[in-house]
Ligand binder design. Structure first.
Ligand SMILES: Cc1cc2nc3c(=O)[nH]c(=O)nc-3n(C[C@H](O)[C@H](O)[C@H](O)COP(=O)(O)O)c2cc1C
Length: 372
């Protein structure tokens, strides 16, 4: 069985490998009549694009998206929307060692164990090139949920976190609780290469990531994502929980090893009183004085900001030699040549936002389908 499709009513399938001619996505179930062209999707791909600073891989991919189907006279037709991104900067010779031996921590051995055959060039289908297809699909999903604002940022690199008060202020701003900005991204995030809202942390991270890069090593990161404007009622109980779908969506991203909703694991260390999200009547309906639940209760949105945190492991392709085995089972050592991200979580930010958009758009359509 093959699983390259995600979603229920808004479904997308991604296709393609790192060193093939192109990659892409087919988005099916998009409502008709939404205004769309490449320029609507391209900014999200530009944010994920490699080679934009020394802190990401130096592979130079323009990641220009082309819409091949599902659009007529600038509007979605309701038929499958096919999105294609050409691969232009492959260097397959960098991967001759990976053809013979497995990179520890990468998917080389697992793919061989499953299929008995693999495209080793750049990791083939297990390469994070695939995440460009998700980001393109996420651009379509955003059109389905214009009422929702999605903002992600890197909140921790190499164990060094942003300032807690910057984080709280950012969540409140995205939530519209305080009107510091007009809803455009937190300005500091555009001024550094880390999608970091805290300028002090961004300075520290320059050294952390650069030291790792120069040492031929890598570091992990935590990405946080908030969606505001999600109406109370989206989601579903039990087997279709909004939080379960978000967890599946985020865990499906390459290198993700943990997902928390709201306070996540920290909630297990609170008492019932500390973890409650007390409610009181407000001018426009119920208000909450806390959001430990991350905007979801019983699998259904409460109308509060939906908050997700995603843990990215350190890049497994590193220049430091690691013990491993060859395809024939012989002991050997491998260090990975080629161009790699010293911290994959950084470029994970637009991918996390895309997956949030795809899940919320799917749940909007599901809610409309059942409840009108
Ligand atoms: C945006 C992004 C970029 C990545 N770049 C690299 C990379 O340059 N080198 C690498 O070894 N892994 C990279 N990865 C991670 C691998 O794709 C991932 O570790 C691999 O597919 C194995 O899957 P798993 O870590 O989810 O188990 C990246 C992941 C993301 C999200």
């Amino acid at each position: 069985m093959s699983v390259n499709t995600f979603g229920r009513l808004l479904r997308f399938t991604t296709w393609g490998e790192s060193h093939g001619p192109a990659i892409g996505a087919v988005v099916d179930g998009c409502p008709p009549g939404l205004a769309i062209d490449e320029s609507v999707i391209q900014p999200f791909l530009d944010a994920r694009r490699p080679g934009q600073s020394k802190f990401t891989t130096q592979r130079q991919e323009p990641d220009q998206v082309r819409i091949l189907s599902g659009v007529f006279e600038g509007k979605t037709t309701g038929t499958p929307i096919s999105l294609m991104i050409e691969n232009v900067d492959q260097r397959s010779k960098d991967y001759s060692d990976v053809a013979k031996a497995y990179r520890p921590g990468h998917a080389d051995y697992a793919y061989d164990a499953k299929y008995g055959f693999r495209d080793y060039r750049g990791g083939g289908r297990s390469s994070a090139r695939e995440t460009a297809s998700r980001v393109a699909a996420g651009g379509v999903a955003r059109l389905v949920i214009p009422e929702v604002t999605i903002q992600a940022w890197v909140s921790e690199i190499g164990g060094d976190a942003i300032n807690g008060s910057v984080r709280r202020q950012l969540i409140e701003t995205v939530a519209g609780y305080n009107k510091l900005t007009d809803g455009s991204p937190w300005p500091t995030m555009q001024e550094n290469p880390f999608f970091c809202p805290d300028p002090e942390a961004a300075k520290r991270w320059e050294k952390i990531v650069d030291d790792a890069r120069l040492a031929g090593s890598s570091v992990g990161a935590v990405v946080e994502c908030v969606a505001t404007g999600v109406p109370a009622g989206w989601g579903a109980p039990l087997y279709g929980k909004l939080d379960a779908d978000l967890a599946a969506a985020m865990m499906g991203i390459n290198a993700v090893k943990g997902v928390e909703i709201g306070d996540g694991f920290a909630a297990a260390r609170l008492t019932g009183e500390q973890n409650a999200d007390p409610m009181h009547p407000g001018a426009n309906g119920p208000e909450f004085s806390a959001n430990h639940a991350g905007g979801i209760a019983g699998g259904i949105a409460t109308g509060q900001p939906v908050v997700v945190r995603v843990a990215f492991k350190p890049t497994s392709s590193i220049l430091t030699p690691q013990p491993t085995i060859t395809r024939e089972g012989e002991a050997t050592e491998l260090f990975t040549k080629g161009r790699h991200d010293p911290c994959v979580g950084i470029r994970g930010v637009p991918v996390v936002e895309a997956m949030m958009a795809l899940v919320l758009a799917d749940h909007k359509l599901l809610h409309r389908g059942q409840c009108g």
